[in-house]
Design a binder for this molecule. Sequence first.
Ligand code: PEP
Ligand code: CO
Length: 457
Amino acid sequence: MSSAAVDTLSTTRPGWHPPSWRDRPAAQQPQWPDQGSLQQVRKTLDKLPPLVFAGEARQLLGRLGEVCAGRAFVLQAGDCAESFDGVTADSIRDKLKVILQMAVVLAFSAGVPTVKIGRIAGQFAKPRSSSTEVVDDVELPSFRGHMVNDINFSEHSRTADPERLVQAYHQSASTLNLLRAFTRGGFADLRQVHAWNQEFIAASPGGQRYEGVAEGISSALRFMAACGISPDAPELHQVDFYTSHEALVLDYEEALTRQDSITGQWYDCSAHMLWIGERTRQLDGAHLEFVRGIKNPLGCKLGPTATPAEVLELCEILNPGRIPGRLTLISRMGADRVSDALPPLLAAVRDAAHPVVWECDPMHGNTYTTAGGRKTRHFEDVMAEIDRYFTAHAEAGTWPGGIHVEITGDDVTECVGGAEAISDDDLERRYETMCDPRLNGAQSLELAFRIAERLSA
Ligand code: PEP
Ligand code: CO
């Protein structure tokens, strides 16, 4: 897009209201077969209570403001796509354990406070590069996440069903309920730091290294107690854990958008933070129009084709008030392209003095298909992108803010490489993702240690 065309967009935007996105082209929306049942579902969702409170989203904004100022690091992690079937206590607990472990490694080894955001309690919708899938000459709509349709390859399963929006709400509510219980009710107490190391992770090199960190924390706690420092500080016993997902299906997001009674401002109460994906970040599109009016912290993915002019316009549309923490730019360039594609964007945003949080998503630019037909990512490609991302920030004099990763607490084999050298053949063993391949628990910990080394170098 030419910069002249770019310049005119933000200045010609009329006023915002929750449905104002409907006047714009909306990419990646489900083809609902029946508008009548969609309207019924809308009425149901409109009456359901918010999942998060505006005050919590404001608290996260403050934390991200600290990241923006270079005083904290953000860890955004979770499934590529959550599954309705996967909302079990064990899987939520195990995912939380790994995120807590990663955060502890970053905070203890690198000495920076870590803001924890899950891709969880609402990550049920996926953009697709093709709207249909062909198997044995049969063409059906692509799977778009459990909020929209089912993964089985049959006409019935692949037909978009608006009732799933209501189910997504209830699944999000029960996930969030358990997360709140775990993070407030003693499970996330730093004295539990050893208990987060699940058996299969403890046996891995990252898990063994983690035991050393856990021992260091335990002895620091004992030392503090011996010095008479009160062990009652809430920070030692609870963690602030925030939720996020891609704001993709706008009928759902609009229904959960509510006016805060304290400030009168609009918040999308489906999650604390919402992000816009690489496929839906068109400057004149419906997704940007929708999120510009909500006050939650926002993210936007940036792939290798993003231009400096586009990114500056995006900053103007999404953060005209230049509020630190409001906007996180999530670079997902691929290991091969990040060193060329990212520096011009860092320089443009820095020179325009736009306060943004930068995050590196080292997953989505590094996906490939094996000879056996499995979508995977190599751990070393993921690490190479992170390394080059850090180098680009060091050269630009900007803070490398955080990482955005697809992980699970389960002992899956979806990404190859890592200390346990998962091979192409291993992928057949436990390949369980609903969408993109995730780092398993051991790989996630290893990644956290390597980032902590880089942060403290
Ligand atoms: C994702 O985060 O799962 C995703 C689809 O990412 P992107 O928009 O960067 O492709
Ligand atoms: Co993904």
